[in-house]
Design a protein around this ligand. Structure first.
Ligand code: SAM
Length: 254
């Protein structure tokens, strides 16, 4: 495995070894289009541009609803091939997939956490040309981490990989890095980028397991999201966000 380029790691961001784990899968599975959900200022998007094979197209989506975010992204991603998309992932992800039916696609989720993020990824997995789905922030102790592990048959975190090089890299880049050890907001022994690669994993079985446990997702069940996408109702998430806010308000008021 070649030595990775320097990466300015920000607390909370994907570990450099997690990015290498993703790259290993992307290269092995000959992915030619990457969709990143959650770009913020474009730090990880820039890493993808600098480190992934040149032929690979990169889309990176963000709401860009805070002052400066889009401007910072434009500055940081100048001279890269990253296409910065402004919009909601629940609308933009199915659009980009549908517009690229012949591409082998990887969707990386770093925007919405928990069940909503997993629901989006598993709905995307219904498209046969989505080969890899990956979710950041599956921290130790979170219910969605255990769920992601249960629906797949392979070990989906880098520390359990058969590839000794990637485990060694995690040790070198994360466990022995004083800045990460000091500033990380999560366990450094266990990574939190979970990845399902349908080249190595039976898609039907993953989707069946997810469907069987659809109740856990509440309003974000992958089959519900998929139905909205099939009906070309791309704005459904707006109602869900409002409904969730209302339910939270009712809970507090009690
Ligand atoms: C953790 S940051 C992404 C960090 C970036 N991937 C990195 O490592 O440099 C999460 C971003 O997701 C965006 N976001 C949250 N919900 C979103 C949604 N529904 N659609 C699009 N973007 C969303 C936020 O605006 C925020 O900038």
């Amino acid at each position: 495995m070649s030595s990775p380029k320097e990466y300015e790691w920000l607390p909370g961001a994907m570990y450099p070894s997690e990015l290498e784990w993703l790259k290993l899968n992307i290269v092995n599975s000959k992915i030619d289009l990457l969709i990143e959900c959650g770009r913020q200022d474009g730090a990880s998007s820039r890493w993808f541009h600098e480190n992934l094979p040149e032929h690979l197209e990169i889309f990176s989506i963000d709401l860009d609803d805070r002052p400066g975010i889009l401007e910072n992204s434009i500055r940081n991603l100048k001279d890269t091939r990253v296409q910065a998309v402004t919009g909601n992932i629940f609308e933009e992800v199915p659009r980009i997939i549908a517009e690229n039916p012949s591409k082998r696609i990887c969707v990386v989720e770093d925007a919405v956490k928990g069940w909503a993020g997993l629901g989006l990824l598993l709905a995307a997995a219904n498209f046969e040309n989505v080969i890899i789905i990956a979710e950041h922030n599956l921290h130790t102790g979170h219910r969605s981490r255990g769920f992601f592990q249960r629906i797949s048959q392979k070990n989906i975190f880098l520390e359990f990989s058969d590839n000794a090089d990637i485990r060694e890299l995690h040790k070198r880049l994360v466990l022995e890095n004083p800045a990460i050890a000091k500033n990380s907001n999560r366990d450094i022994e266990e990574s939190s980028l979970g990845l399902i690669n349908f080249d190595c994993e039976p898609r039907a079985s993953v989707l069946k397991q997810a469907r069987a446990q659809g109740k856990k997702f509440g309003l974000w069940a992958p089959q519900k999201i998929g139905r909205h996408w099939d009906a070309k109702n791309y704005q459904f998430y707006k109602k869900i966000f409002i409904l969730e806010k209302y339910l939270r308000f009712l809970k507090k008021a009690r």
